[in-house]
Design a protein around this ligand. Structure first.
Ligand SMILES: *Cc1c(COP(=O)(O)O)cnc(C)c1O
Length: 413
């Protein structure tokens, strides 16, 4: 189907109800009465499908979870309080002390810090690779490797992975592939490409207007016949969930091994706001992926040093047209050569909001080295592509010529 048309119908139809309140009902309650003891027992053992307690599930959030699961062709989703919470939930539901993670591409600063600073304190080691180091990635897999983690678009290095090739490596070795698809919802469908789990910060383009922090992990169905990956010794902690819940197993695994104990639950009100955002996601996505190309091309023509794969000089230009035909989201970067020049340039702009967010209705911009990556050492910055003059821009819904004009006037010094 062309562009995001399949989702245009689905999101609005699914969000609105045909009877009663059209807008999703906000179930603003932490707890739920069971009525009688036998029902309480049934709710706890899973035989009765009614709300138990909002830390482990809320009806408003469940509606959003269904929409997100269907968007990616997953068996289910678990929404969380933030994108970092979604990554934490998905990772912590699978790893134990002594395990290893292979992280490819990007990487979003919070995820990088989670892997290097936090998980390392619990005896979980992460190794990092560029998207094109396929041989080294395959060679790095050991018996202890539990997750290959990938960002669909390097944020902010703008490098594009060959997701299919990496999924084949993961599949050959029976290792879980987890994809952070925050930047490319709908345009990249990781589960179809061979991933097992997709994580999102819904704070970004999915909600899209800075009104609600949120995240989600979407899980694939376990194949009851012929499933090798999750039935292997490598994932033995998941076997009890497969035995009890069959193809749904990754959902109770995430809820019992992470959500129940860490409590990174989404609030009903944030789930509501996120659904309102999703109604227009296909329209907004269509607009921004076209605008980001216009802005990248115009600014490059004017002599600015722009990084975006739509530009011919980009090493993944071919991959962009072939595998990312619906675009790669809202981001581009500008390298001004030095921190001083980057500051002077950004402070002369009048249109973008200077902030750490991305995927908003409004154009956002940020100098990377002095903000998100200020704690990182030179080696880490080099790996992540953080140069002194690097500015990340997230293109919004404004008229693209207005965006171009503002950046061009700011560049005249
Ligand atoms: C923002 C972001 C996150 C974290 O999301 P929060 O909602 O801010 O916790 C994770 N991954 C990517 C790619 C992001 O851009």
């Amino acid at each position: 189907m062309e562009k995001f048309e399949e989702f245009s119908t689905y999101f609005v139809q699914e969000t609105g109800a045909k009877e009663g309140a059209v807008s999703p009902v906000i179930t603003q309650s932490a707890s739920f009465g069971y009525g009688d003891c036998a029902t309480g027992e049934g709710i706890f053992d899973g035989s009765i499908k009614k709300p138990l307690y909002s830390r482990v599930g809320n009806p408003t959030t469940a509606k959003l979870e269904n929409i997100l699961a269907k968007m990616d062709g997953g068996i289910g989703a678990v929404c969380t309080s933030s994108g970092m919470a979604a990554t934490t939930l998905a990772v912590m539901s699978i790893v134990s002390a002594g395990d290893e993670i292979i992280s490819i591409g990007g990487l979003f600063g919070g995820t990088y810090a989670f892997f290097t600073e936090t998980l390392s304190r619990f005896g979980i080691r992460t190794s990092f690779y560029d998207v094109d180091e396929l041989e080294a990635i395959e060679a790095a897999i050991t018996d202890k490797t539990k997750i290959i983690f990938l960002e669909s678009v390097g944020n902010p290095n703008m490098r594009l992975p060959d997701i299919k090739a990496i999924a084949q490596i993961a599949s050959r070795h029976g290792v879980v592939l987890m994809v952070d698809n925050t930047i490319t919802p709908m345009s990249i469908k990781p589960l179809e490409l061979g991933a097992d789990i997709v994580v999102y910060s819904t704070t970004k383009i999915i909600c899209g207007n800075a009104s609600a922090l949120g995240g989600a992990a979407v899980f694939r169905a376990i194949e009851l016949e012929g499933e090798e990956k999750f039935k292997s010794e490598r994932y033995k902690d998941i076997h009890k969930f497969i035995n009890k819940m069959g193809k749904m197993a990754l959902i109770p695994n995430a809820k019992k091994r992470a959500m129940r104990d860490f409590g990174m639950s989404a609030s009903a009100f944030n789930s509501y706001l996120t659904m309102l955002g999703m109604e227009t996601l296909p329209l907004r996505m269509d607009r921004v992926v076209s605008s980001v190309e216009k802005v990248a091309i115009a600014l490059e023509k004017a002599g600015l040093n722009i990084n975006h794969p739509c530009l011919e000089a980009h090493p993944h230009h071919q991959r962009y047209h072939k595998e990312f035909s619906l675009g790669c989201g809202t981001l581009l970067t500008i390298d001004m050569g030095s921190k001083e020049k980057a500051f002077a340039f950004l402070d002369r702009t009048t249109l973008p909001i200077i902030t750490a967010n991305i995927g908003d209705s409004r154009t956002l911009a940020l100098h990377m080295g002095s903000t998100i990556y200020s704690d990182f050492n030179e080696e880490q910055k080099a790996f992540l592509g953080i140069t002194p003059g690097l500015i990340r821009v997230s293109i919004g819904l404004e008229n693209p010529q207005d965006i171009i004009n503002d950046f061009l006037q700011a560049a005249q010094f």
